[in-house]
Design a binder for this molecule. Sequence first.
Ligand SMILES: Nc1ncnc2c1ncn2[C@@H]1O[C@H](COP(=O)(O)OP(=O)(O)OP(=O)(O)O)[C@@H](O)[C@H]1O
Ligand SMILES: [Mg+2]
Length: 190
Amino acid sequence: MECRRIIVVTGSVGAGKTTLSRELARILQCRYINLGDYLISKGLTAGIDRRRKSIVVKEGNIMDELKKEDCLIIETIYPNLLSGISPDLVIVLKCDPEELYRRLKDRYDAEKIIENVEADVIDTFTIESINTFGDDKIMEIDTTNTTLEDEVKLVLSALNGSVKLPIFLNRGLDIYIKLNSIRRMLLGHS
Ligand SMILES: Nc1ncnc2c1ncn2[C@@H]1O[C@H](COP(=O)(O)OP(=O)(O)OP(=O)(O)O)[C@@H](O)[C@H]1O
Ligand SMILES: [Mg+2]
């Protein structure tokens, strides 16, 4: 069976992917998968590409497996691995550096926190998504001050075609200033 609806949810570690994906899966009656866990459970990973900071997928088509599902919400920090599918919607979750720092500070060491905040600031996930899927199915949602309920409303409107999908690249200098103070605080220099 060809998959009837695929929604990809991407964004930095801690941006809120699992929270939103699980709620969407419940409301839309879709299967939720975390792509990394899914590939591991199917024995489809062959290591880590350290330069790209991405997992390497074994030869063979992961898409064949995925397309068997009727309706899928796929959480991933590796949107590039999904180049073989045409999602109905790609949601890129963003978060202000200071809030992302608060979400990550008890989970990771300084290096990993900075790496992830930086990835969000420089729009890594939006750019990877545009490169993988084109820009007409991509929406960004900033989860810094939104509720889960608001996020779901935005997504449902996007699926109905009733909102223009927003992408906010280049959001200004203040996020770089915040990133730099987090760096200084964690590493003692900028
Ligand atoms: N819209 C939101 N507003 C405020 N906090 C949120 C929001 N969405 C998620 N969070 C909080 O941020 C933290 C990370 O959320 P979540 O686990 O969903 O992120 P994730 O992107 O899936 O992270 P990971 O990459 O580690 O899987 C959780 O503590 C969650 O409660
Ligand atoms: Mg998650």
